[in-house]
Design a protein around this ligand. Structure first.
Ligand SMILES: *Cc1c(COP(=O)(O)O)cnc(C)c1O
Length: 393
């Protein structure tokens, strides 16, 4: 901490690699591609570690595609998800050459066709089917229900595939579904799988050949003491149903979530009659999940020999919002100047961070073996307003 300052994200290369390998190895010889979901943690060093292992990537913007390329990743192993792809996004992805577009609406399919036709190329497409299953997760991260904005209704998908098959500018290659995030039971995945396999066999009868099935991401991790999915069991259960189909997965959280911690320092201890606050230097702008979803991150006091005060603390940050807390009601022994590690912060931590309250985004460090390396430097305050201008008069 002395070398890098506080607050700080710290990632473990070994953990990222082990998590990715667990997915990869569960497939054995079955044709597959693990497309790490870049939005979970898009630091170039993280992407580079995965690229070196041969990972594919799930991207949701051209910015993420450029990151993958800058990190040494292979764009031809990228699937492009996201509901709002612009003409320019589509054109750039076609110029670069990606594995396929995960198409989220009829309008997007038309747009991809029109851009590909203008460029005189064939666009590889997979339709994101919304299987209308309840992933039993937080409503903000549930995506596979009819009421969600993602994907195409399963009934409407069949007609859309027919339309795509007719076009010379589209190459129908796959089907995908992603039903949500932090899913802790296999059954919603299998329910979704059964529905999309049914559609694939209908399409096969219609003469439309689907070559890959992308089951999305969403495998949950243990933040506290939740039981979650055994990855090998999930993949075995899926492989038992899919025949020869190539399978893609888009795990994000399950690869990086438990490979990262957020470390923050105790600035003040403030004990009222019925509340004890540890005021820390990290805040909701650095780690948004508690404020956004009421998410739980385990908090560990880093200084084991603390001579501090044992109490039940709310860990609150400097941002001027009552929602600015990172943890509530935690029994810890704390003194001013101690560090606290918020665990399981490797996914949707830094990538969701902002400059709210003109707070520079924090540094990121990766531990690899017995070395540690700065992989993103702390932002400077000047850099936060370098793109702003005052009026002349
Ligand atoms: C967010 C997202 C993922 C990754 O989800 P995790 O829960 O982090 O595994 C995968 N695919 C799509 C389309 C997503 O939107």
């Amino acid at each position: 901490m002395a070398a890098y300052g506080s607050p700080l994200y710290i990632y473990s290369r070994a953990e990222i690699e082990a998590n990715w390998r667990e997915f990869d190895q569960a497939f054995g010889d079955h044709p597959h591609l693990i497309c790490y979901a870049v939005k979970a943690n898009s630091n170039l060093a993280v992407l580079n570690v995965l690229a070196k292992m041969g990972s594919g990537f799930d991207i949701v913007s051209i910015g993420e595609l450029q990151r993958v390329i800058a990190a040494g990743g292979d764009p031809t192993k990228c699937v492009f998800s996201g509901v709002a792809k612009t003409r320019s996004d589509i054109q750039q992805a076609l110029d670069i050459g990606i594995y396929c577009f995960n198409v989220e609406s009829a309008g997007e399919l038309d747009r991809i066709e029109s851009v590909a036709s203008a460029l005189g190329v064939q666009a590889p497409i997979s339709i994101r089917v919304n299987p209308d299953v309840d992933a039993k997760t937080h409503p903000y991260i549930s995506t596979g229900l009819k009421e969600n904005k993602f994907g195409v209704d399963i009934e409407a998908s069949r007609a859309l595939y027919h339309k795509a098959q007719q076009s010379d500018s589209l190459n129908v290659c796959g089907m995908d579904c992603h039903i949500g995030s932090q899913i802790t039971e296999v059954s919603p995945f299998i329910d979704a799988l059964d529905k999309v396999l049914n559609l694939i066999s209908q399409l096969s009868e219609d003469g439309i050949d689907i070559q890959h099935l992308d089951l999305g991401g969403g495998v949950g991790i243990t933040y506290d003491d939740e039981q979650t999915i055994d990855i090998a069991d999930y993949i075995q259960a899926a492989l038992a149903k899919v025949g020869e189909l190539e399978i893609l997965l888009e795990p994000g959280r399950a690869i990086v979530g438990n490979a990262g911690v957020f470390v923050t320092r105790v600035e003040y201890l403030k004990q009222n009659d019925d509340k004890s606050f540890a005021i820390i230097d990290g805040a909701m702008n650095d780690l948004l999940r508690p404020a956004l979803y009421g998410a739980y991150h385990k908090a560990l006091a880093v200084n084991e020999n603390s001579t501090g005060v044992k109490d039940t603390w709310d860990l609150v940050g400097p941002v001027c919002e009552t929602g600015d807390f990172l943890a509530k009601g935690r029994e810890l022994t704390l003194a001013q100047g101690d560090y606290v590690a918020l665990m399981s912060a490797g996914a949707y931590g830094f990538t969701m961070s902002s400059n709210y309250n003109t707070r520079p985004r924090v540094a990121e460090v990766m531990v690899s073996g017995d070395t540690h390396t700065l992989v993103r430097k702390r932002e400077t305050i000047e850099s936060l307003f370098e793109n702003e201008f005052t009026l002349d008069t």
